[in-house]
Design a protein around this ligand. Structure first.
Ligand SMILES: [Zn+2]
Ligand SMILES: [Zn+2]
Length: 333
């Protein structure tokens, strides 16, 4: 299904099989000289067919697409890169430089990367069914070719860089939080924001921590401050529907994180706990009746979210982190 949302900007809804998100929004921006696709979809034949059909309907032969820009390196956005590379060797790929580097780590030192995630999950109280089984349920492990392509071929984007296509002049805005090198694209004269997963109209973007030495929730809240300042009329998000009034949405998202931080503080007051134990008690907006019903991937995501919130509380001096026998406990300060 495609829609010309602005002259020469097309939204193509790409189905996301086996995912509660239903579809990914790919955006095609075209001019006489070039055709730029923002984000792709999961690596499934039906997703590729649907995206190719959309491109053709918008007047671009898939093999003639000149450039793919990725808002971030999550697999629902980058998964179809290897298939485009197969039909068009010279296609230009671009993604924020932080995620070029992460793709290099993921594809070159994969064992180390996997091991450090495993250790991090175990230290935060995850049972081995989750910590040592990532390859079985984590979708990023299903498409290693996408990361190999990004590692060797992607052009590294910088904050503030300009990307011109026809009459449009998009500015790259580095908005870390949902992922370390997440970017949005802002077109100031048309007041369009292509937001990736930084802003979604009803789903709360997933903010999670799976490695040491990062503070993704603090990053995300500063990125919200950055996008709040922009003069935006229309947001073109990575999932769900196009929306307006981005400042109201940002207010709701800030409120959501404030509530979750409060909920965690209240739980910490009842005694110290691992992040995994806390995650099993936090209220999640999902359709499962109990924590036991959560599939492993959902438990993994919930744990990452909980760690991100605990880390912010610790940075602010509101939670205390202690370690015993290589297990991390959080308590009240
Ligand atoms: Zn994402
Ligand atoms: Zn996404």
């Amino acid at each position: 299904m495609i829609k010309e949302v602005f002259p020469n900007i097309f939204q193509i809804k790409v189905p996301l099989p086996h995912s509660p998100l239903e579809h990914l929004n790919s955006y095609l921006i075209k001019s006489e000289e070039k055709s730029l696709l923002v984000d792709t979809g999961l690596n499934f034949p039906q997703a590729f067919q649907s995206l190719c059909r959309g491109l053709s309907e918008a007047g671009v032969k898939p093999e003639e697409l000149t450039e793919i820009l990725l808002t971030h390196f999550h697999v629902d956005h980058v998964g179809l890169i290897p298939r485009f590379k197969e039909i068009s060797k010279d296609i230009k790929l671009s993604i924020h430089h932080v995620e070029v580097e992460l793709s290099r780590i993921m594809s070159k030192k994969f064992e180390d990367y996997n091991e450090s995630m495993e250790n991090f999950l175990k230290a935060n109280g995850a049972p081995s069914s989750i910590a040592t089984n990532l390859q079985r349920f984590h979708p990023a492990f299903f498409t290693p070719q996408a990361y190999q392509e990004l590692a060797v071929a992607a052009f590294p984007l910088e904050d503030g860089q300009e990307i011109a296509v026809g009459d449009y002049n998009f500015q790259v805005l580095w908005t870390p939080g949902h992922s370390p090198g997440h970017i949005c694209l802002y077109e100031s004269s048309s007041k369009i924001l292509i937001s990736g997963d930084h802003l979604l109209p009803t789903i709360t973007p997933h903010i999670a921590q799976f490695v040491e030495n990062m503070d993704p929730l603090t990053d995300y809240l500063s990125s919200l401050e950055k996008t709040e300042k922009l003069d935006v009329e229309v947001v073109l998000p990575g999932h769900e529907e196009i929306f307006a009034n981005h400042r109201e949405r940002i207010r709701q998202l800030k409120e959501h994180h404030k509530r979750r931080l409060m909920e965690i503080i209240i739980r910490l007051r009842t005694g110290s706990s691992t992040a995994y134990m806390l995650a099993s008690k936090v209220h999640w907006n999902v359709n499962y009746k109990s924590w036991d019903e959560f599939p492993p991937f959902q438990k993994y995501l919930a744990l990452g979210e909980t760690v991100a919130h605990l880390n912010l509380l610790e940075q602010k001096g509101l939670a205390k982190r202690t370690e015993a026998d290589q297990i991390v406990f959080y308590g009240i300060n």
